[in-house]
Design a protein around this ligand. Structure first.
Ligand code: PEP
Length: 254
């Protein structure tokens, strides 16, 4: 039985006081919520404060990206060593917005992932097709390419620290959620790829999150699917009450 993992990707939202308000709200609602792993991923500038406020709450903090070198003349970049030095435990890698707007490729995702693992960070690796690819019948090809390319060269031990987020790009921030059947179909496909790349035990142990317009109203249905092990939440994580409701709705009787 895989423990669910619900992560909130704040993207480029929240000023300093707004960030404190949100993190305080989440702490009040979700501290000690042991049935689910909860991760909040604010912009880099808020990480230190988030770690400080959430200390001892059981809620983990994640970055939204990292660079693959530990230090150097790379203006504007943030390294895995820096993230861990602030008590950050997770990092999102290869989000579709990074692939779409910042030239992220499977190769750069793989380099960032190796750097994250080397630094002891847990990684949330995003994969998923865009609308043209879905409509063109290419969903499985694209997802396979993202999974194989992003995870290339990893060991079974490495995979213990990796969560995959299946995020159909057409469902991100659009209000269009994949049906639970569409999500389950691709999640099962990803698990099958993991079995071929690693082995059955690794595939069975790896958590695969769904992302794309997850809301309090659709979380329970999506999370009830056999291969859906959590959610990566964008818009609905920007308010403490909606993110809390998603976390609570993701496990029956919580
Ligand atoms: C995301 O940013 O990963 C995401 C899934 O966004 P939203 O929930 O707003 O669709």
């Amino acid at each position: 039985m895989r423990k669910k993992i619900i992560a909130g990707n704040w993207k480029m939202f929240k000023t300093a006081p707004e960030a404190v308000e949100l993190v305080e709200g989440l702490k009040k609602e979700l501290a000690g919520m042991n049935a689910v792993d909860v991760v909040v991923c604010p912009p880099f500038v808020h990480l230190s404060k988030a770690v400080e406020i959430l200390s001892g709450s059981g809620i983990a903090v994640g970055g939204q990206n990292l660079f693959w070198e530990d230090s150097g003349a790379f203006t504007g970049e943030i390294s895995g060593t820096m993230l861990t030095s602030y008590g950050v435990k997770y990092v999102i890698i290869g989000h579709s917005e990074r692939r779409q707007y910042f030239g992220e490729t499977n190769e750069t995702v793989n380099k960032r992932l190796r750097a994250a693992l080397k630094n002891g960070l847990k990684a949330i690796v995003c994969v998923g097709e865009n609308l043209a690819e879905r409509e063109g019948g290419k969903t499985f090809d694209v997802v396979q390419d993202h999974v194989k390319g992003s995870l290339a060269g990893l060991t079974k031990e490495d995979m213990l620290k990796v969560t995959i987020a299946y995020e159909p790009v057409w469902a991100i921030g659009t209000g269009k959620t994949a049906t639970s059947a569409q999500a389950q179909e691709v999640h099962a496909f990803i698990r099958d790829i993991l079995q071929k790349m690693f082995d059955k035990a690794t595939a069975d142990a790896t958590r695969i999150q769904y992302g794309g317009s997850v809301k309090p109203e659709n979380a329970a249905e999506l999370m009830s699917q056999k291969d859906v092990d959590g959610a990566l939440v964008g818009g609905a994580c920007l308010k403490a009450d909606s993110f809390t409701a998603i976390v609570k709705n993701s496990v029956p009787n919580s």
